[in-house]
Each structure stands twice: as structure tokens, then as C-alpha cells.
Design a protein around this ligand. Structure first.
Ligand code: SF4
Length: 77
């Protein structure tokens, strides 16, 4: 059985400056592209990973990491 989705994680590419804080602090959820800009490895996260996502958001100096907890479940609607 799949775990429920508790939040959606994204990076606002218009804000990301490639500082690398997100993927340095939370490599479980973030990686980087060929130019060092952050990419989301897992966008639909379960409740046990929401804290990690917020940690990355706090670390990002550009406020580019978005954690949307309103976007939970009901994705098939
Ligand atoms: S920490 Fe922020 S600015 Fe840096 S790579 Fe990650 S999303 Fe981009």
C-alpha cells in the first residue's frame, strides 16, 4: 500500500541561484542539475519527510524551496 501524500515539494526555478544548500542539507529529497541548480528528487512526500522538506526550505537563501502541505492526497480527483 502506498503511503499518503502529505505535501508537495517544488523549487521555484526563477528564484533558485544554485547555492546548493537544499541538496547539501537534504540529499534525500533534492539533487542538482548539470549547472548546480537544485532539482526535486521526490515531489510527493509522506508525512515523515515533511520535516526534511521544511529544513531545506529554511536553508535556501533564496526562498526557492516551496513546501505545499495543502496539496496532500486527493491527487486523483
Ligand atoms: S538552496 Fe535554494 S537556491 Fe540553492 S540550489 Fe537549492 S533551491 Fe536553489
Amino acid at each position: 500500500m502506498r503511503e499518503a501524500v502529505a505535501a508537495r515539494v517544488s523549487i521555484d526555478s526563477s528564484l533558485c541561484q544554485g547555492h546548493g544548500r537544499c541538496y547539501s542539507v537534504v540529499p534525500e529529497l533534492f539533487g542538482f542539475d548539470g549547472e548546480g541548480y537544485g532539482v526535486v528528487l521526490e515531489s510527493a512526500i509522506s508525512a515523515d519527510r515533511v520535516g526534511l522538506a521544511h529544513a531545506a526550505a529554511i536553508e535556501c537563501p533564496e526562498r526557492a524551496v516551496v513546501v505545499d502541505e495543502a496539496q496532500s492526497d486527493d491527487t486523483n480527483a
